[in-house]
Design a protein around this ligand. Sequence first.
Ligand code: FAD
Ligand code: NAD
Length: 474
Amino acid sequence: MSDFDVVVIGAGPGGYVAAIRCAQLGLKTACIDRWVGKNGKPAVGGTCLNVGCIPSKALLNSSERYEDMRLHAADHGINSGDVSIDVEKMLARKDKIVLELTDGISALFKSNKIVFYAGHGCLVEAGTVRVSSEDQDDQTLAAKHVILASGSQPVQLPGMAVDNKTIFDSSGALEFPTVPKTLGIIGAGVIGLELGSVWRRLGAEVVILEAAQSLLGSADSMIAREAKKQFSRQGLDIRLGCKVTQVDNTENGCSIHYLDGENNESIGVERLIVAVGRRPVTDGLLDSNCGVALDDNGAVLVDADCATAVPGVWAIGDAVRGPMLAHKASEEGIAVAERIAVGSSNIDHSIIPWVIYTHPEIAWVGATEEELKAQEIPYTVGLFPFAASGRAKAVDATDGFIKILAGRDSDQILGAHMIGSQVSELINEAVLAMSMEASAEDLARTVHAHPTLAEAVHEAALAAHGRAIHKVNR
Ligand code: FAD
Ligand code: NAD
């Protein structure tokens, strides 16, 4: 039996980051993952690197460049002639990025002396993990601590099984060999909007059917309204309040039947993506006697510190409560490693940022205006439109705005909501400000470089005090 201080099950952004931090802190660490990459070899990096954050952002970038060349290059006096897209090459670029990054994590494992096991990990009991794989006998690892980081997988809908020919989940939708003429998507959440944008930009007619009555229910409603307006203008056909009842295969794809209010409707599409959320992965992860429990959503039950009820067993990332985001998984991994090694660490779960990488991008952190109203917290709003920013004008990025919410009495920043170009980067300034418990005045008195898009954050903070410079304050 091999002995370790820590065994991590899962090498996604939760597990691999936890393993590296454990090793940095001097703990003898192993990490187990069963993922097999597109090249047929074991791969680290989990959902995020293999079929999530990274490949989707690679395709978002390729498709954005294509659309920009086609629609906007001429505005700059650039005559690009006939622009066409080579989908095979675009996918090969994505795959190369994925391989370079996953190989990079393997190299980090080696340099940190983390022992990697390719196979399925199961917690037998506190301190004992079994690794099984097709080409080796089972191995048993002893560990003072075990970190469960088994991640999540797409939710499937009954009667709409993913076949990766007509009906796809998000992984399959990153691999379309050609641009479909028509594409249906069930779910206008983060994946529906990001992947819908990719294939629309490349030429597909995209219809998104969303059961909820409003788009992006957890975003600030002003941002969600602006997003709906912008996406509709681009040609994304988002139908709200539409509940899919049945999908039938047809000669050219499938027919989607849905209820729009009380009306039965149907549309035919060449391909369909089901993007209705993700659920924790726990199949074969826990021996029935190991003592670790699941919550009502099938997630591993943990306390605020990511500890399970079994001493020495921890769980992090998509496998536990909270938002299913790579940076949340990684920060929990770091925190657990530090709790194991030095006894304490801290994450403020109330200031985890969200980003949707559409165009314009959407990002937020902290409370929405609706949440402040519901909690009867008095607040001020600072709004600044990108249309009034010099840099935004210079780089064709005038869509959208920044909204900062600050406590009316304390002036402390309580939330920041952004829609526009590069807000995936700008949101981090708001996260830092909030983590330092900064006030709108602190942000307003911070010198921002000119000309930058970040000046819009500065102006929104000034606007919270009615003193934005480049817009009329009302
Ligand atoms: P995962 O990344 O899912 O990793 C879990 C690992 O555990 C997997 O490698 C799996 O093989 C392994 N595993 C599971 N069970 C076992 C077992 N019993 N034995 C051995 N190995 C096991 N998040 C963002 O923050 N930003 C984004 O832009 C973003 N884009 C996304 C785009 C898409 C299309 C998708 C699908 C997701 C995206 N996400 C994004 C979400 C992000 O990928 C997840 O939140 C993140 O990967 C969770 O990390 P994790 O380590 O908890 O789990
Ligand atoms: P989601 O929860 O973001 O959205 C799912 C949507 O599907 C919701 O709007 C929901 O109302 C709708 N829906 C559910 N059932 C439906 C039905 N039967 N018919 C019609 N609509 C239905 O889930 P997702 O888009 O699948 O993404 C999963 C998770 O992956 C995200 O929540 C996020 O945690 C993560 N992710 C993050 C990013 C990012 O950070 N940029 C990108 C992609 C994925």
